[in-house]
Design a binder for this molecule. Structure first.
Ligand SMILES: [Zn+2]
Length: 335
């Protein structure tokens, strides 16, 4: 935008169009709608189980029956989609629970698709919640330390994605950050006759301190080391664009930036550069910080949540993944 093309005071007075709600809405450049929301949920085996997550007030680990209740309410409020994470009863070093035919995500997906056929069920595809060591891939230990093996992990991820799609998942969403996983998953889905199942890739996923509360929620804290050898370094924006390009070339239908608020520049660049459907994940600490300050009366939770989501939309997000999705849908409907 050149300065010459912009009116000058007193001919141009921006405040003229801010005088009423109707005027402000008429010239609003960005809209926030319930149709953009995705609600992440944590499923665990059992019945009538509703285990609060201490660091995320209002978020629970839920058995499938209880999860169905919450999703039914959220869906009725206008939330069109959920993102499922699973917490299995048992973990091992092959993440067997991730691709078990009757694993917790597979069971819950079947239940949700049977009871709420219009609901879009997205499943998180990763191994960390199912691995005894808590890493997102297969671990090789040596005297020099442990390594997360890339290529052998791809098979397990693809198998997991296939089992989710076979259970009825509408979209599979790999979050592991192994190189080549989108291609491996796409190939496996296609061979399984599921070429119509879209992939939402956690394309630019940064190693972030904002994931803290999630680890309590998903019981996925690594037993040793950290995830910095596979998740991205927060300093790198150009590398994020390469990661996104790679995932698109491998067959991603939707690309994601995670976390959201501290990475709005990445979101903007990804949307501007590629123009692909883009998702922003407002992660656990983004939720917890707002909740905590809201509970203390230091900020207005509703106003701050809506403002942050609007910022993600403005930066380029089409899809907003947020633990506040059900509340947001109600707030947008004026309830
Ligand atoms: Zn993981």
């Amino acid at each position: 935008m050149s300065l010459e093309s912009v009116g000058r005071f007193p001919l141009y007075r921006p405040r003229r169009l801010r005088q009423s709600v109707a005027l402000r809405q008429m010239v609003s450049e960005t809209q926030l709608n319930a149709s953009q929301l995705v609600l992440p949920l944590f499923a665990r085996p059992g019945k009538k189980l509703r285990r609060p997550i201490g660091s995320m007030p209002g978020v629970f680990q839920l058995s499938p029956d209880e999860l169905l209740k919450d999703v039914t309410e959220a869906h009725a409020a206008g939330v069109p989609a959920v993102l499922l994470f699973g917490i299995p009863d048992e973990k091992d070093e092959k993440a067997s629970g991730a691709y078990a035919r009757n694993g917790i995500v597979q069971q819950t997906t079947k239940l949700l698709k049977r009871e709420l056929p219009d609901l879009v069920v997205i499943t998180d595809v990763c191994l960390c919640e199912y691995m005894s060591h808590g890493h997102c891939g297969i671990v090789q230990s040596s005297p020099r330390g442990a390594r997360i093996l890339n290529d052998p992990t791809l098979k397990l991820l693809a198998r997991t994605a296939l089992s989710h799609a076979e259970a009825g998942a509408d979209i599979v969403a790999p979050s592991d950050m192994m190189d080549g996983r989108v291609r491996a998953i796409r190939d496996t889905l296609d061979q399984g006759g599921l070429e119509e199942t879209p992939i939402m890739a956690y394309a630019a996923k940064f190693a972030s301190a904002f994931y803290g509360p999630f680890r309590e929620a998903a019981e996925s804290t690594p037993k040793f080391g950290d995830r910095r050898s596979y998740q991205m370094h927060g300093a790198n924006a150009r590398e994020a664009l390469r990661e996104v390009a790679l995932d698109i070339q491998e067959g991603a239908d939707i690309v994601m930036v995670k976390p959201a608020l501290a990475y709005l520049d990445i979101l903007y660049r990804v949307k501007t550069e590629f123009g692909y459907p883009t998702a922003a994940y407002a992660v656990s600490a983004e939720y917890s910080m707002i909740k905590a300050a809201g509970a203390k009366g230091w900020i207005d939770e509703k106003a701050v949540v809506l403002e942050t989501l609007l910022a993600m939309r403005r930066a380029g997000a089409d899809i907003l993944i947020t633990y506040s999705a059900a509340d947001v849908a109600r707030w947008l409907a004026g309830k």
